[in-house]
Design a protein around this ligand. Structure first.
Ligand SMILES: Nc1nc2c(ncn2[C@@H]2O[C@H](COP(=O)(O)OP(=O)(O)OP(=O)(O)O)[C@@H](O)[C@H]2O)c(=O)[nH]1
Length: 298
């Protein structure tokens, strides 16, 4: 039988270093949502890609994780931190992502959580931002000195620069074993989840920095009628003032959020989508563990 490699890889790092952008670039699909606001990622999302690397068919199963939180300690953040720890407990390799030129105590704290017995690769992201590429070398050395890494790989997730080098380094750390999933599998998440995430991404991107990170999206209805996905979604916010912020003047903002989210969904699902969205006020949900469970934060 032909040799194959397959493994689960956790993508960890402090908020905003580009973990979700990296996973999307690696699987070449916009699966995990991204924005310039820290804490965009709240759930574990699997991204799967199967391809031949160094003549060996290899299945990479990436687990994108929320950025590890050290600043706030509400129930939502505790749940997110637990998701990071769970992701790390049972993997074949770990990608620890940092931003070029910036090594903070939050980065090293995440590094300390990475298990010693699992191959660890340091990814130095956002190298496209460097005008003088020579500057990256001392930074790579600084990172390499922190621990015995299987590799230290500089790249740009956004510009898809040096991703092949990462896949090559990563593939050799994965065990020789049969694939876990079909070769065309992309994610373990259902369409309903991906739909809610698309809306949440637009919220993060289109509503200004004043948008409280506690707002969330719930899909109330998701049915397929004559090949068309009919989706009803509620955006849950803490206060009436947040609701006004999202709806915008004359409803313009909400219209744009829904329209851009619908277009993304049509691309992702490869089919027509009818989307209706409402904004509802539900106070204090980010601090309420049982509400979090109802909303699917596992
Ligand atoms: N210039 C540049 N920006 C990047 C790159 N990768 C990611 N970014 C930007 O960095 C920001 C954060 O990216 P995300 O992928 O959401 O980061 P994350 O680590 O998943 O963030 P959390 O969800 O907070 O944990 C976004 O504005 C991205 O566009 C890169 O290679 N180059």
């Amino acid at each position: 039988m032909e040799t194959t490699r397959c493994g689960v890889i956790a993508v960890v790092g402090r908020p905003n270093v580009g973990k979700s952008t990296l996973m999307n670039a690696l699987v070449r699909e916009h699966l995990s949502i991204t924005s310039s606001k820290p804490q965009t990622t709240r759930h574990r999302v699997l991204g799967v890609i199967t391809e031949t690397v160094k003549n060996t068919p290899t299945q990479f199963i990436f687990v994108d994780t929320p950025g590890f939180q050290t600043k706030h300690s509400n129930a939502l953040n505790k749940t997110m931190n637990r998701a990071v720890m769970t992701a790390l407990a049972d993997v074949h390799a770990v990608l620890w992502v940092v931003e070029q030129g910036k090594l903070t105590s939050a980065d090293t704290r995440v590094l300390e959580l990475c298990p010693q017995h699992v191959p660890l690769i340091a990814v130095v992201n956002k190298v496209d931002m460097l005008k003088d590429k020579g500057l990256v070398l001392p930074f790579l050395q600084k990172v390499a000195d922190l621990r015995s890494f299987a590799a230290v790989v500089p790249l740009s997730a956004e510009s898809a620069l040096n991703l092949d080098a990462l896949k090559e380094a990563l593939s050799t750390t994965l065990p020789e074993q049969a694939f876990y999933y079909d070769e065309d599998m992309l994610t373990d998440r259902p369409e309903k989840f991906l739909a809610a995430e698309r809306i949440r991404e637009k919220l993060f991107r289109l509503v200004g920095d004043e948008l409280p990170y506690t707002c969330t999206v719930v899909i109330d209805r998701f049915v397929i009628e004559e090949g068309r996905r009919m989706i009803h979604a509620s955006i849950l916010v803490d206060r009436a003032s947040h609701k006004a912020m999202i709806i915008g003047k004359g409803g313009e903002k909400l219209k744009r959020i829904a329209s851009e989210a619908r277009q993304d969904m049509e691309r992702l699902f490869d089919g027509s989508v009818h989307l209706e969205t409402w904004v509802k006020v539900r106070g204090g949900w980010a601090d309420n563990a049982s509400v979090l469970q109802t909303l699917g934060y596992d």
